[in-house]
Design a protein around this ligand. Structure first.
Ligand SMILES: [Zn+2]
Length: 117
């Protein structure tokens, strides 16, 4: 795992599979930072392959991570530490996660505008 800093937040990227570990809820704060998807440099194809790997251990407490689908994008499964140490994204998943958030933002914007007519 290599430390990668972005906008004052440090995440850890796996040197082999390019998956990213976010401490605590930093993935939620980072996704609001423009350009934060740049930290996710791995290929989505590699990520999809690694998504099938079960029983990934938390790098902090060594408990098996729980696989949880994202509430808004159920096709994204991230691995969450049951003790709240952090969240692990396979390569490409964080880019996808951030992108949908922007799309939602514009959808909300359009819906808001429509109300003014
Ligand atoms: Zn843990």
């Amino acid at each position: 795992m290599d430390p990668v800093a972005y906008d004052g937040v440090t995440v850890h990227r796996c040197t082999r599979c390019q998956g990213i570990w976010f401490d605590g809820a930093t993935y939620r704060s980072l996704k609001k930072v423009p350009g934060a998807d740049k930290i996710d440099t791995g290929s989505a194809a590699t990520g999809r392959k690694n998504d099938a790997i079960k029983d990934v251990l938390c790098p902090v407490c060594r408990t098996v991570l729980e696989v949880k689908p994202d509430l808004y994008q159920p096709h994204i499964h991230y691995d969450v530490c049951p003790a709240g140490d952090g969240v692990y994204f396979d390569a490409g998943e964080f880019r996808d996660f951030v992108k949908e958030d922007l799309a939602d933002f514009f959808k909300d914007l359009l819906a808001g505008r429509r109300n003014h007519y």
